[in-house]
Design a protein. Structure first.
Length: 387
C-alpha cells in the first residue's frame, strides 16, 4: 500500500543532508563541547557554526541564539524567565486564544504565581487585530506573546504591527515561530521581535532541539540551572549532533525557501480547491490568503475528525485533526473554538500539511480518496441523514 505523509506541521522527515552532517558527531567526533582538548573544541566549533546558520535564517546575531530542547522549552524560557526577571517593571502579560499549549499553559502557571494574564480574542479567520491588542495594553504590561503562524489553521499574524504596539508601552514582544521559521521570511530586526522560539524538527531537522532568540539588551534569566553552557542561559551538556543538524536544516531552509514555497503554494491550491469543489458542507478554516505554505485546514459537517483519520490511514494517508499535540483528546480544538466554530463543526476538523517532497500525484490521490471517506462517514451519521 502506498504511503502519503501530509502532517508536516506535526513533524518532518529528517533531510538526508542533515543526517549526513550529524553522523560524525555521534561517532568519531563525540566530544563534549565544554572540554578543552581538541575533540571537545571541535564540537564547540560545530555548535558555533550552527548558531551562525540558525541566526542567519532570521537575521539575528549568533550571540542572540540560545539552543534548547525544542520549541516548548523555548516558549517556557522566554515567558517565565522574562516575567520573573522583569517583575519589578510590572506583572501583566498578554497572549492570544489560539496560542500553542506551550504558551497558554505557561501563562496559566504564571497566573498562579500572581501575574495578570490577558488572552486576546481572534477574528473568525484567526487574526489578532492590532487595535484589540492596543486596547488591552497598560503601564503594568511587561510582555506580549503572539505566535507568528498558527499550528492548526496556518494563519500568519501581523507581527510587526503587534510588536510596535507592545514597544509603545515599553513591553517586550515574543513570538512562537515554530511553524513559520524556515518556511517564510523572518527578519527579527525589521519585524521588531525581542524574543522568538523555533524548532528543528519542523524544518527537516532532528527532534529534541530548538532555539530561543533573545535580542541583545533584553533582560532574561537562566531557565535550567547547573553548568555554564549557552552563556549561562541554559545549563546542560549540549546536544552536539542535534544542534549541528538544526544548523544544517536552517541553512537548507534559507537556501531553498523560495522554491519550496512556490511548489507548496501550487500543491496547496490544488488540494484546497479540490476539497472545496468535491465535498459539500465543507468549511475552510483560517485566513484564506495569509497562511503558511502547505497548510490546508477544513471542517466537514456531520463527521468526526478521528473517524476521518482512521479511514484515511487505511488508505495510507497520514494527516491530523486539529493540533497533533491534542489529537488524543475528545475535546474539540481550542483554536477552532476561538475562531467561533460550534463544537459540532469543530469536531469534524482535518488538517493536511504538505512538505517539500509531496507531489501533485499524491494530492490527486488524496482528492480521489477523501470524498469517498467523508461520504461513507456521513452515510453512518444520523445528523447527516436528517439534514
Amino acid at each position: 500500500m502506498r504511503t502519503i505523509y501530509m502532517d508536516h506541521s506535526a513533524t518532518t522527515p529528517l533531510d538526508t543532508e542533515v543526517f549526513n552532517a550529524m553522523k560524525p558527531y555521534y561517532t568519531n567526533r563525540f566530544g563534549n563541547a565544554s572540554s578543552i582538548y581538541s575533540m571537545g573544541q571541535e564540537a564547540r566549533k560545530a555548535i558555533e557554526k550552527a548558531r551562525e546558520q540558525v541566526a542567519k535564517l532570521i537575521n539575528a546575531f549568533p550571540q542572540e541564539i540560545i539552543f534548547t530542547s525544542g520549541g516548548t522549552e523555548a516558549d517556557n524560557q522566554a515567558i517565565i524567565s522574562y516575567a520573573l526577571t522583569n517583575k519589578d517593571k510590572g506583572n501583566h502579560i498578554i497572549t492570544s486564544a489560539i496560542e500553542h499549549h506551550a504558551v497558554l499553559e505557561t501563562c496559566d502557571f504564571l497566573e498562579k504565581l500572581g501575574f495578570e494574564i490577558t488572552i486576546l480574542p481572534v477574528q473568525p479567520d484567526g487574526l489578532v487585530e492590532p487595535e484589540v491588542l492596543r486596547k488591552e495594553m497598560k503601564p503594568s504590561t511587561i510582555l506580549v506573546s503572539i505566535m507568528h503562524a498558527n499550528n492548526e489553521v496556518g494563519t500568519i499574524q501581523p507581527i510587526k504591527e503587534l510588536a510596535e504596539i507592545s514597544h509603545e508601552w515599553g513591553a517586550a514582544f515574543h513570538t512562537d515561530a515554530v511553524q513559520s521559521m524556515g518556511k517564510i521570511p523572518i527578519d527579527v530586526k525589521e519585524m521588531g521581535i525581542d524574543m522568538l522560539s523555533g524548532s528543528s524538527h519542523k524544518i527537516y531537522g532532528p527532534k529534541g532541539v530548538g532555539c530561543l532568540f533573545v535580542k541583545k539588551g533584553i533582560r532574561i534569566g537562566s531557565f535550567i540551572h547547573g553548568g555554564g553552557q549557552e552563556r549561562k542561559m541554559r545549563a546542560g551538556t549540549e546536544n552536539v549532533p542535534g544542534i549541528v543538524g538544526f544548523g544544517k536544516a536552517a541553512e537548507l531552509a534559507l537556501l531553498h525557501m523560495a522554491e519550496r514555497k512556490e511548489k507548496l503554494d501550487h500543491l496547496t491550491n490544488l488540494l484546497k480547491e479540490g476539497i472545496m469543489e468535491t465535498i459539500p458542507s465543507t468549511l475552510l478554516t483560517g485566513h484564506p490568503e495569509k497562511r503558511i505554505p502547505g497548510s490546508v485546514s477544513v471542517c466537514f459537517r456531520f463527521v468526526e475528525g478521528e473517524s476521518i483519520l482512521l479511514m484515511l490511514d487505511s488508505f495510507g494517508i497520514m494527516a491530523s485533526s486539529g493540533s497533533a499535540c491534542t489529537s488524543g483528546s475528545l475535546d474539540p480544538s481550542h483554536v477552532l473554538l476561538a475562531l467561533g466554530l460550534p463544537h459540532e463543526i469543530a469536531h469534524g476538523s482535518l488538517r493536511l500539511t504538505l512538505g517539500k517532497d509531496n507531489t501533485e500525484e499524491e494530492v490527486k490521490y488524496v482528492l480521489e480518496v477523501l470524498p469517498k471517506v467523508i461520504g461513507n462517514i456521513r452515510k453512518m451519521s444520523p445528523c447527516a441523514a436528517v439534514n
